[in-house]
Design a protein around this ligand. Sequence first.
Ligand SMILES: Cc1cc2nc3c(=O)[nH]c(=O)nc-3n(C[C@H](O)[C@H](O)[C@H](O)COP(=O)(O)O)c2cc1C
Length: 390
Amino acid sequence: MKATKIRDDIYWVGAIDWSVRNFHGYETGRGSTYNAYLILDEKITLIDATKKTFSDEILSRISSIIDPAKIDYIVCNHLEADHSGSLDIIAQKCPNATIFVSQPNGLKNIAKFCGEHTYQGVKAGDSINIGKRTLKFVPVPMLHWPDSMVTYCPEEKILFSNDGFGQHLATNERFDDEVDYAVLMHEAKKYYANILMLYGRQAQTALKTVSTLDIDMILTGHGISWRKHIKDILDLYAKWSNFEADEHKAVVVFDSMWNSTEIMAKTITEAFQAKGICAKFFDLKTNHYSDIMTEVLDSKYIAVGSPTLNNGMMQNVAAFLCYLKGLVPKKNDRQALAFGSYGWGGQSIALVQKELEEAGLNIFHDMIRIANQPTQEELDNIYTSIIEKL
Ligand SMILES: Cc1cc2nc3c(=O)[nH]c(=O)nc-3n(C[C@H](O)[C@H](O)[C@H](O)COP(=O)(O)O)c2cc1C
C-alpha cells in the first residue's frame, strides 16, 4: 500500500477502515480512517499510528517511502487503541526510535501499549528539533482523554490535531476540498457531539491556544484533514464548545410498543412546528442514539417519551438517556419535556423526567401522561398546552 504525499517530505501513512460501523457505541455509518503522518527530515518522525488490526497497512505505507527501521522519533499524541494499537508492532521495527508522549498521563500508560522502549515525556511548551523542522507539543487534556496533546510544526504551519477536528469518514481523499462539504460537516458535527460535547470547557481552552498559531493545515487523526475550510471548522468548534443552542430546533425522541407514545410524539412535533421550531422526530427503534446526539448538540428543546414497560421505561429509552446524561454538559440552558402512555401504574414518565433533570436540562412543561391510547381531545390538549409554553 502506498503513502499519500501531503507536502514535500510529509506523507500520510495511515489506514482506511471502510467497514467499521461501531466505535465504542458510536455508529460509524461511513467508516473511518486512522491517520498517521511520516516526516522525512534529519530525524525521521512518525506522528501517531493506527488500530492494531491495521498494523500491516501502516507498515506497508511507511515502507513505500522508507525502511521503517529508519524511523528516529515517534510522536504519540493520544494513547487510545485507534491511534496507538499498532505502536508495539511498529516499535519492534525501529527499536532505536524514541517515542514522545505527554507527561504525566501519556508517560504513565505508554508501556501498556509498547512494553519496553525508549520514551520521553513532553509538557506544554516543550519542542524537539528534527532538522529543518521543529515540533512543538501542546497538551489538550480531556480532549478527549487526560493524555491528549496536539503537535504543531511552525515551519510548515501544520497542526497535527489527533482527535480534534476529526470525523469518522472513510475516503481515499485526504483533504476538505476533495470531498462533499455537507457530508464532511455533518460527520464533523456528529464526531464533536458524540466524543467531545461534554468537554466544551476544555475545548474552549484548547481553541484559545490554537488561535495563536499560524495554521495552513490541520492534519487530523480521523477522516479528512483541513486546508481550505480551516476557519469554518474553528468557528464551529467555538460555537459547539460554548454549547450554543438554536432556539428554532427541537428533537423528539421516543420508543413505543403499540403506537400511543408515538402518536403523542407526532403531536408534540406538530406543536413545535406550529411555533416555527424545526422538530426532528426520532423513533429509537429505527434511529441510532449517536445520530440523535448530532441534533441534540444545537437544539434548544428535547422531548423524550416512553410508555411504561414492567414498571419502568423502555430499554431503548433508558440507553438513550444514559448516553445523553454522559455527553450533555451539566450546566446548560436546554429545555426538556417527558411524555408517554401507560396502562396502569405509568412509572416511566416520571423516571424519564428524573433522568432529564439529572442531565442538567430544564423542564419547560409538566410531564405528559396518557392512559392507554390517547383520544383526539387529549391530543388537542397536548398540542395547545405545549404551544402555550413555547
Ligand atoms: C409487556 C408489557 C408490559 C407492560 N407493563 C406495564 C407496567 O408495568 N405499567 C403500566 O402502567 N403499563 C404497562 N404496560 C402497558 C403499556 O404501558 C400501555 O399499553 C401503553 O399504552 C403502551 O404505550 P405504547 O402504545 O406507546 O407502547 C405494559 C405493556 C406491555 C406490552
